[in-house]
Design a protein around this ligand. Structure first.
Ligand code: HEM
Length: 449
């Protein structure tokens, strides 16, 4: 845009009903294809009217920067996420704005300080070793669907570390309730007709609330070091803390935010390492080189190449492919006036696959994150799996710790493969996952004598 030029009004793309419907469907089923197609045909700023709703798609790192830094508070997280998951995860941290968000986030930091993280690590380490070690009881290789196995493990870990309990007999009920609440976020109709995903999600939310609420008074009075207890006792400088309902809302959201995203990342890494056995061996050498049977948190920080693979998997398969916001007021972007009251969407998945920022972006190449190449430093907003700005993922260090611990145990115990030519079918939204559960063949790695 010329300096001083008046921004142009943003006109909606002209598409007929059938084409419009195809684009909406594509945005849920294949956000990468959808965004690449929109950008190719219409450029970086696209207004699509869907019925009465205005949806503005913004592409590129500059769009990410605007969306995440949110100058002048032109965008609302709450108004966007409320429309998507507000009925099942109301008042979660991500569904708050401005001072209210800042206040709730500050209190939540009590659960993510160094001391708390070290406590989680010590609890998690033996549990991960035990869980991963039990995946194969036989000596012969075995075919398994790894996605549900990882999901079960991260849920068990979240129950211990976040809730300070073993879910025991409740595990199936709680797992199903989680499934139903997350699945409900796919549902786009505002009416919860009986039997629909939204209806099931709302019922499942009640199950979760009824499960958590009665535990709060005991947690407030106790000295537990689990995240739930820490949130119950978190206070501001005036001694005020969360209400009971705040705590239930935060715990519900945290359990979902933590376990589905980390499961997604671990599954993508497992797939990438099966497709690229030379990297599986390379990471095994890194783990072997630590010379320990049980890693300390310091050992995890030495797993540099494992971190590259994690970053590369998150680049190719960001658990959240799409970051929706809502415009509070009109604002200018790249020469256009974006209207108020529009859903303004940016796309980690689009930027992560863009030739503008990455060499050969479709290729699995963890070395791009090495100090020599640093492709992710070409632009601070080209790699954003954890978002950024005020809403940057609060659990990113927790996620990295858990991912490295699980990878350490997987590499130590096993080799895994997929058949030649296998391509993982991915459902990219709402949280990226393989639609076939990712079948792999798992075999025991010969142990040193
Ligand atoms: C690989 C794992 C993870 C990924 C890719 C991920 C991704 C994200 C993204 C993209 C956002 C921001 C959404 C926005 O801008 O609106 C976010 C927010 C959040 N995440 Fe994560 N997350 C992960 C793991 C976790 C874990 C383990 C926890 C908890 C222990 C967690 C808790 C949260 C919370 C509470 C927020 C809301 C932050 C705020 O609005 O201030 N996440 N996450």
């Amino acid at each position: 845009m010329n300096v001083g030029a008046t921004p142009k009004p943003l006109l909606p793309i002209k598409v007929g009903f059938i084409e419009s419907w195809r684009l909406v469907k594509l945005s849920y089923s294949d956000p990468l294809k959808h965004t690449q197609e929109l950008e190719r045909k219409y450029g970086n700023v696209v207004l699509h009217k869907v019925g009465k709703m205005s949806v503005v798609h913004l592409f590129g790192a500059e769009a990410n920067r605007l969306s995440l830094l949110n100058p002048g508070q032109v965008l609302s997280n709450k108004k966007a996420w409320d429309q998507i998951i507000g009925r099942v995860f109301p008042n979660g941290l991500m569904l708050r704005d401005g001072d209210d968000h800042r206040y709730h986030r500050r209190l939540m930091q009590a659960g993510f300080k160094n001391k708390a993280m070290q406590g989680y690590f010590e609890q998690m380490s033996p549990q991960v070793a035990q869980s991963v070690g039990s995946w194969l009881s036989q000596t012969e290789p075995k075919g398994v669907k790894i996605y549900p196995i990882i999901k079960q493990m991260t849920l068990d870990l979240a129950a211990t570390i976040f809730l300070g309990m073993n879910l025991g007999a409740e595990v199936t009920k709680i797992n199903q309730a989680f499934e139903a609440t997350v699945a409900a976020s796919l549902w786009r109709m505002p009416i919860a007709l009986p039997g629909t995903l939204l209806w099931r999600g709302i019922r499942a939310r009640k199950t979760m609330c009824d499960f958590f609420l009665p535990m709060i008074s005991e947690k407030r009075a106790g000295d537990g070091q689990d995240l739930f207890s820490l949130l119950c006792r978190a206070t501001d400088e005036d001694g005020q803390g969360y209400t009971d309902q705040d705590i239930v809302d935060h715990i519900n959201f945290l359990m979902m935010a933590a376990h589905d995203t980390t499961t997604s990342a671990l599954t993508s890494m497992t797939y990438a390492l099966a497709k690229n056995p030379e990297w599986q061996e390379r990471l095994w050498s890194e783990v072997e080189g630590l010379g320990v049977d049980t890693p300390s948190s310091n050992d995890l920080s030495q797993m540099v190449e494992t971190a590259w693979v994690m970053k590369e998997a998150l680049r190719l398969y960001p658990p959240l492919s799409t970051l929706p916001k809502f415009s509070n007021k009109p604002f200018e972007f790249q020469g256009y006036m974006v209207p108020a009251n529009a859903l303004v969407v940016t796309y980690p998945i689009h930027t992560h696959h863009s030739k503008a920022y990455w060499d050969n972006p479709e290729h699995f190449d963890p070395l791009r994150f090495s100090d020599e190449r640093k492709e992710h430093k070409r632009n601070a907003y080209s790699w954003i799996p954890f978002s950024g700005g005020a809403h940057m993922c609060i659990g990113l260090h927790f996620a990295e710790m858990q991912i490295k611990l699980v990878m350490f145990e997987m590499l130590k115990n096993y080799r895994w493969t997929v058949p030649k030519g296998y391509e993982m079918p991915v459902q990219q939204s709402p949280i990226s996952k393989p639609t076939d559960g990712l079948p792999i063949t798992l075999s025991r790695r010969p142990q040193k004598v």
